[in-house]
Design a protein around this ligand. Structure first.
Ligand SMILES: *Cc1c(COP(=O)(O)O)cnc(C)c1O
Length: 468
């Protein structure tokens, strides 16, 4: 039971109707839907009542109540999912939406999705068409594969291929490739979900061709190779090459599939990033099926791309599970437009943000860091110490795990505030800025900053650091 004093304070709180009749009340009703206003008033009053009963708050004046309601209304009327500034230097940041998508393609996405489209209509024949028909041509062109299919994401692509190719049968995989990637996607679990039986061969560090050979039986439906993505086995190791697996697959007439994970459409070694074959290189090794993501090194929307031999792609396309993992029209439009940029490598590097960030050269990064530092010094004055430092950025998203790319970053050390409080304020700002903390400074890696974010970033820092 609340004491007399608390009871009195509770009774003094305004009612919902009283609040609605104030001038703030009419402002709220003018600005927001009535249902939202009622919800927020009730929740705010309930909250205050609870805090009073818990002895956490004493009387609350009407000014504070109004301000809390206004703030809650504003917050709830903004979308919860919103853009953030990625100053971490991690390009394919899984928690920050992985790959930013080129603004150059959004006009097309809007046109296709705001109106009706020929998604499943063949305009030439005037009858039903296939949603996949829009994208197989361009995928064949940029990868050199015979045929292609796209689904929701690469996890779905792997599940679908395993199910359609090997349900109730065995799939042979090296023990060194039974990986787990983010979001608890584990190859053995996906295989089980797809109804295929895992036949692991070799040891963690070494798998020889003869290990695969010896495991082949009547029950074998598929040889699977998996890109280790986010880790590397180093030291005393042996990996059976793709060429060896393809040769074995041909002699024993068992198809071979390669889950490539990232799947870069261009050869990155030219740009100083070695060790990742392009999808075209993998296709030319004559592997039957290849799966990769749309939003990793490809730099497009979330999607799972399957390319390979027509015979198998058709078999997969006709499996009932395909319908359950089908791609939607917005993704399809974004993916097609992104893939079209790959017709010219120079255009792709310039217009696809992930590729531009990945191939950014050190002198350009240094210039950008200097430019950001200058603007920050001008704006922040004595409030903080700003310097430019050499740092390393990462590709992220389980791609290129050994690549630490040299970059330049701007460090900010506020005068009258802890670094962790600045990091938090930036994160909660408008727009939110996600940055790393190191050596008692907030670090802003310019590699992952988009050009039009510089101004926003400077004003976000200015708001987050208090005046002297
Ligand atoms: C990332 C990855 C996946 C999953 O791809 P999503 O597009 O995230 O679903 C599967 N396999 C490998 C090897 C990967 O790197």
């Amino acid at each position: 039971m609340p004491d007399k004093n608390t009871e009195k304070k509770l009774a003094a709180l305004p009612s919902v109707d009283e609040l609605l009749r104030t001038s703030s009340g009419s402002d709220w009703l003018e600005l927001y839907p009535r249902s939202l206003v009622l919800l927020v008033i009730r929740e705010t009053l309930n909250n205050i009542r609870r805090r009073m009963l818990d002895g956490k708050t004493d009387s609350v004046d009407s000014h504070v109540i109004n301000k809390t309601i206004s703030e809650n209304l504003y917050r709830l009327s903004q979308p919860h999912l919103r853009s953030v500034i990625n100053a971490t230097g991690v390009i394919l940041h899984t928690n920050l939406g992985r790959s930013p998508i080129s603004p150059a393609i959004f006009k097309h996405v809007a046109e296709v999705s705001a109106a009706y489209s020929n998604l499943e209509f063949n305009l030439e024949l005037g009858k039903r068409g296939k949603r996949y028909s829009h994208i197989t041509g361009i995928l064949r062109e940029v990868t050199g594969a015979e045929d292609a299919l796209v689904v929701n994401n690469n996890a779905a692509a792997v599940l679908l291929c395993l199910t359609a190719m090997a349900a109730g049968k065995e799939v042979i995989v090296s023990r060194g490739e039974l990986i787990e990637i983010g979001g608890a996607f584990r190859i053995p679990d996906v295989m089980k979900a797809g109804g295929a039986l895992l036949r692991e061969v070799g040891a963690t560090n070494k798998t020889h061709l003869r290990d695969y050979e010896n495991a082949i039986s009547e029950e074998t439906a598929l040889l699977l190779k998996v890109h280790p993505s986010n880790y590397r086995v180093v030291g005393f190791t042996h990996e059976t090459s793709l060429a060896e697996l393809v040769a074995l697959s041909k002699s024993r007439k068992i198809p071979v599939m390669y889950d490539l994970g990232s799947g870069s459409l261009i050869n990155l070694s030219k740009y100083g990033i070695p060790g990742e074959p392009s999808v075209r290189d993998v296709v030319s090794s004559d592997v039957d099926l290849i799966t990769f993501s749309g939003d990793k090194l490809l730099g497009g929307p979330q999607g799972g791309i399957i390319v390979g031999k027509k015979k198998y792609i058709q078999q997969i396309q006709h499996h009932p599970l395909t319908r359950a993992v089908r791609i939607d029209k917005m993704t399809l439009a974004a993916l097609e437009a992104t893939l079209m940029l790959y017709r010219d490598e120079e255009t792709a590097i310039k217009k696809i943000p992930v590729l531009a960030m990945l191939t950014a050269q050190t002198p350009a990064l240094r210039r950008r860091a200097n430019r950001l530092a200058r603007s920050l010094r001008d704006k922040l004055g004595e409030k903080a110490t700003v310097s430019v430092v050499k740092e390393t950025s990462q590709s992220g998203g389980g791609s290129l795990p050994e690549q630490n790319m040299e970059t330049f970053a701007v460090t900010v050390r506020p005068q009258k505030q802890t670094v962790s409080s600045l990091e938090k304020k930036l994160r909660l700002g408008k727009p939110p800025v996600v940055a790393r903390v190191k050596d008692d400074a907030v670090i802003l890696d310019v590699r992952t900053l988009l050009d039009d974010e510089f101004y926003l970033l400077v004003s976000a820092l200015n708001s987050a650091i208090p005046e002297e």
